[in-house]
Ligand binder design. Structure first.
Ligand SMILES: [Zn+2]
Length: 101
């Protein structure tokens, strides 16, 4: 397995995992529940990690991750329904589930 993505924000890692899954790429998430629940592990040392199961899919997975990163650097958008601010990587409001404007 290959580590392909890790971020402090678990929502970003979950989003990446969803995108890869939609493209037929299987991943395993590690440290998913580390924050606060890992006893003596420091939360800063245990960012959620996304591991690629099939190494033959590495090039495809990296390309998708690149696209996610480009999107993540775009503008945030504000939800029409609940006025919550969302990161550009998210296609639905994290707060109420409404689709992006
Ligand atoms: Zn909303």
């Amino acid at each position: 397995m290959t580590l392909i993505y890790t971020r402090e924000n678990k929502l970003l890692v979950e989003n990446a995992r969803n995108v890869l899954r939609m493209n037929g790429i299987e991943t395993v998430m590690k440290n998913e529940f580390s924050s606060g629940a890992a006893g003596d592990l420091a939360p800063l040392d245990t960012w959620p990690e996304l591991w690629l199961v099939d190494n033959t899919q590495l090039a495809k997975a990296q390309k998708l991750i690149e696209q996610i990163e480009v999107q993540a650097n775009g503008d945030d958008w504000r939800c029409n329904q609940c006025q919550e601010l969302n990161g550009s990587a998210f296609e639905v409001c994290w707060n109420c589930g409404a689709a992006a404007n």
